[in-house]
Write a protein that binds this ligand. Structure first.
Ligand code: WTA
Length: 650
C-alpha cells in the first residue's frame, strides 16, 4: 500500500483528542510491558464497592484460566446509572428514535435509573435471583436496555437473543442456558412491518418445553398492541407489573468475575456457543474502548446503529456509553425506511456527533446514490466508525468523502463477540488512517500472526491472527462447556487465543483483516456457521446432504451458497429451491436465508469422506482456473459435474 493511500491525522482531529500519537505509543508500551500497573490504574475508571487488590491473573495454557480484578466488587447498573445521577441526572441517557420518523423518546439518567430499579424489583418479585439466566428477545426499544440493566442490578445473567432469530434458534438458546424467565414484546416494528416476537417466543417455549425445559414467566412489553395469544399465569404484562413496583432497589454486590451475560455466537462447528462475559474486566474494557476509540467527550451525542442482540449493541450501545455517562441513541428501524436518507435525517434531527455502523449498511447506502446523503446537512458529525466485517477501500472512501465530507476521521474497529470490546482500531487523534486497515492494536492487546504450522511471522506478512496475552474484556468460557472453550480458541496454536481471522501486517505495522479462515460466514456483518446452515438444510425431508460456502457479495460482503444433494427419487426444481430457502429461514431466521442453491448429485470428498470446501468455494466464486489438486478425491468426476451445472445456470 503506497503512501498516497494514507490519510494523515488532521490537525482538527488532534486538537481536542484525548490521545495523541506520543500518548498512544507510551501507553501501549506500558500496557504490554507492565499490564498490572497499566490496568490497575485504568481499572479505577469505574466505581468499585470493594476495591480490587489483584489485577491480572490469566493463563492461556492448559485448562486456560482468565481472571481480572478478581477480588474487587462492583455493580454494572450502579456504574451505568447511579453514579451519574448527581452530575447528570437530567441528561438524556437514551435518545430513542422509532421506526416511524414521527416517534421518539428522550429518557434521562434519572428516568432510566427509576425504570431499571422498578424492573429489577419486578424480576425479584417473580423469583429471579442472582445467577439466574434471563432471556431477552426484544425489539430496539428503551425497555430492552432497561431489561439488560435490571438483570445486572440483581446479578441475573442475561442472554439477549436477536429479534430476527427463529423460534427454533430461540428455543436452542433457552435450553442451553436453562433460562426460565423471558422478556419480550408483543411485536417489533422494522421498516413499517410488524415482527411477531411474542408469537415466536410462544413457539420457542413449546419447543423448549418438549425438550424438558420449563419457562416460568414471560414478561411482555406492549409495543404495537397487535394481537397475541396469552398463557394465564405464565405471561405478564410489563406495564401491569411495573405499575406497583418500587423505584428503589439496592444494587447487588457482584464479584468482578461473576457472570454478567451470555451471548450466543456461531463457530465453525456445532451449535452456537454461549460466550460468557464477566463483570469487572468487561466493564472496564467496554467503557475505556468506548471513550478512546470514539474520542468521546462529555456532551457528545453518540449513535451506534447495531442491534442489542449482537455484541456491538451490548458494548457500544449499552455498557460502554452508559458507563461513560453518554447520550446513546437507540434506533428501532432500518437504514432504508421510509427511504435511504433515514440515517442522515436522524443525524440532523438529533445532532449526532459520533456515528458507528457496519460496512454492509455503508455499501447498501452507497448503492442508493449520493443524493440521499447530500440532501442532509450532517454538520454535527465529527467521527465515523465501522465494524463487523472488512470494509473495502471504495466503501471506506465513500464514507469518508460523501458522508463525512473529509472532515471526520473513520475508525475501522476490529473485534469479536469473544473479545468483549475493540482490539484493533485507529485512535482518531493518534493514528494515521489507511482505508481498509483496522490499523493498530488497542492498549494491552498483543496480536501475532502465525502460519499454518504455527510458526510466528515477524514484520510484514500474512497469516492467522492470534492474540498472545489476555485483556480485561476477554470471554472467560463457553457457558457450561469449558472444554469447548479451550478446544475452540486455544488448541489450534497452543497457548495463544486464535481469532479465526486471517490478517496481513504491512511494513508500517498496520493490520489488515482479510476475513475468516475457518468455516464461519460473515453475511451482512452477521456471523454464521456453515455447519448451522447445513444442518438446517439436511433437516428438510428431501435433502440427503448439503455443503455451504460463502462467496463475494457486493452488499452483504458474503453471500450464502448451498450445494444440496437430494434424497434418491427427489427431482430438482425451482419450486424446491424456494422451499429450501423458506425452510432455512424458518429454522434459523431470515439472516440465514441462502442466496444461491445448486443441486449437486455428488459432493467432492476425500477418500476419508471429508468435503473439500476449497473446491466448492472456487466454484461458487465462478473461478475455475485454480481448482487445485483434485486427485485425492474419492470421485474426481464430481467436480466436472459441479462446474458444468454451475456454468449452465448462469
Ligand atoms: C469480523 C462483531 C474486518 C471478523 C464485533 C471477526 C471484522 C468477526 C471487523 C466477529 C473489522 C469484525 N474488519 N473484519 N473491522 N469487525 N469483523 O462476533 O471476521 O459478530 O472475527 O463481532 O467479524 O463477528 P462478531
Amino acid at each position: 500500500m503506497s503512501d498516497t493511500h494514507i490519510h494523515r491525522t488532521k490537525p482538527e482531529w488532534k486538537e481536542n483528542a484525548l490521545i495523541d500519537a506520543q500518548t498512544y505509543e507510551a501507553w501501549y508500551q506500558e500496557s504490554v510491558e507492565n499490564p498490572d500497573a497499566f490496568w490497575g490504574q485504568h481499572g479505577q475508571r469505574i466505581d468499585w464497592f470493594k476495591p480490587f487488590t489483584k489485577v491480572k491473573n490469566t493463563s492461556f495454557d492448559g485448562n486456560v484460566s482468565i481472571k481480572w480484578f478478581e477480588d474487587g466488587e462492583l455493580n454494572v447498573s450502579y456504574n451505568c446509572l447511579d453514579r451519574h445521577l448527581e452530575k447528570r441526572g437530567d441528561q438524556v441517557a437514551i435518545l430513542w428514535e422509532g421506526d416511524n420518523p414521527a416517534e421518539d423518546r428522550k429518557i434521562t439518567y434519572r428516568e432510566l435509573h427509576a425504570e431499571v430499579c422498578k424492573l429489577a424489583n419486578v424480576l425479584k418479585s417473580r423469583g429471579v435471583k442472582k445467577g439466574d439466566r434471563v432471556t431477552i428477545y426484544m425489539p430496539m426499544i428503551p425497555e430492552a436496555v432497561a431489561a439488560m440493566l435490571a438483570c445486572t442490578r440483581i446479578g441475573a445473567v442475561h442472554s439477549v437473543v436477536f429479534g430476527g432469530f427463529s423460534p427454533d434458534s430461540l428455543a436452542g438458546r433457552i435450553i442451553d442456558c436453562k433460562s426460565d424467565f423471558i422478556i419480550t414484546a408483543d411485536q417489533g416494528l422494522r421498516g413499517g412491518r410488524a415482527v411477531p416476537l411474542k408469537e415466536n417466543a410462544d413457539k420457542a417455549i413449546a419447543i423448549a418445553e418438549k425438550a424438558g425445559a420449563k419457562v416460568k414467566n414471560v414478561l411482555v412489553v406492549k409495543r404495537t398492541g397487535g394481537e397475541i395469544s396469552w398463557a394465564d399465569g405464565r405471561d405478564l404484562w410489563y406495564h401491569d407489573e411495573m405499575a406497583g413496583a418500587s423505584a428503589e432497589c439496592e444494587p447487588e454486590r457482584m464479584n468482578a468475575e461473576d457472570p454478567l451475560f451470555i451471548l450466543y455466537t456461531s463457530g465453525s462447528t456445532g451449535s452456537p456457543k454461549g460466550v460468557l462475559h464477566t463483570t469487572g474486566g468487561y466493564l472496564v474494557f467496554a467503557s475505556m474502548t468506548h471513550q478512546y476509540v470514539f474520542d468521546y467527550h462529555d456532551g457528545d451525542i453518540y449513535w451506534c446503529t447495531a442491534d442489542v442482540g449482537w455484541v456491538t449493541g451490548h458494548s457500544y450501545i449499552v455498557y460502554g456509553p452508559l458507563a461513560n455517562g453518554a447520550t446513546s441513541l437507540v434506533f428501532e428501524g432500518v437504514p432504508n425506511y421510509p427511504d435511504s436518507s433515514r440515517f442522515w435525517q436522524i443525524i440532523d434531527k438529533h445532532q449526532v456527533n459520533i456515528f458507528y455502523t457496519a460496512p454492509t449498511a455503508i455499501r447498501a447506502l452507497m448503492g442508493a446514490g449520493d443524493e440521499y446523503v447530500t440532501k442532509s446537512s450532517r454538520k454535527s458529525l465529527r467521527l465515523l466508525g465501522s465494524v463487523g466485517e472488512p470494509i473495502n477501500p471504495e466503501a471506506w472512501e465513500w464514507y469518508y468523502r460523501v458522508v463525512g465530507e473529509e472532515r471526520c476521521a473513520i475508525v475501522d474497529t476490529w473485534w469479536q463477540t469473544e473479545t468483549g470490546g475493540i482490539l484493533i482500531t485507529p485512535l482518531p487523534g493518534a493514528i494515521d488512517l489507511k482505508p481498509g486497515s483496522a490499523t493498530k492494536p488497542f492498549f494491552g492487546v498483543k496480536p501475532q500472526l502465525v502460519d499454518g504450522e504455527g510458526s510466528v511471522i515477524e514484520g510484514a506478512g500474512s497469516g492467522n491472527l492470534c492474540i498472545i496475552d489476555s485483556w480485561p474484556g476477554q470471554m472467560r468460557t463457553v457457558y457450561g462447556d469449558h472444554d469447548r472453550f479451550v478446544q475452540t480458541y486455544f488448541s489450534t496454536y497452543k497457548g495463544k487465543y486464535f481469532t479465526g481471522d486471517g490478517c496481513r501486517r504491512d511494513e508500517d505495522g498496520y493490520y489488515w483483516i482479510t476475513g475468516r479462515v475457518d468455516d464461519v460466514l460473515n453475511v451482512s456483518g452477521h456471523r454464521m456457521g456453515t455447519a448451522e446452515v447445513e444442518s438446517a438444510l439436511v433437516s428438510h425431508p428431501k435433502v440427503s446432504e448439503a455443503a455451504v460456502v460463502g462467496y463475494p457479495h457486493d452488499v452483504k460482503g458474503q453471500g450464502i451458497y448451498c450445494y444440496v444433494t437430494l434424497m434418491a427419487g427427489e427431482a430438482p426444481s425451482e419450486e424446491l429451491k424456494k422451499e429450501l430457502v423458506a425452510h432455512v429461514r424458518k429454522e434459523i431466521g431470515p439472516i440465514a436465508a441462502p442466496d444461491k442453491i445448486q443441486f449437486a448429485p455428488g459432493l467432492p470428498k476425500t477418500r476419508s469422506g471429508k468435503i473439500m470446501r476449497r473446491i466448492l468455494r472456487k466454484i461458487a466464486e465462478d473461478n475455475y482456473t485454480a481448482l487445485g489438486d483434485t486427485s485425492t478425491l474419492a470421485d474426481p468426476a464430481v467436480v466436472n459435474d459441479l462446474v458444468e451445472n454451475r456454468q449452465n445456470r448462469r
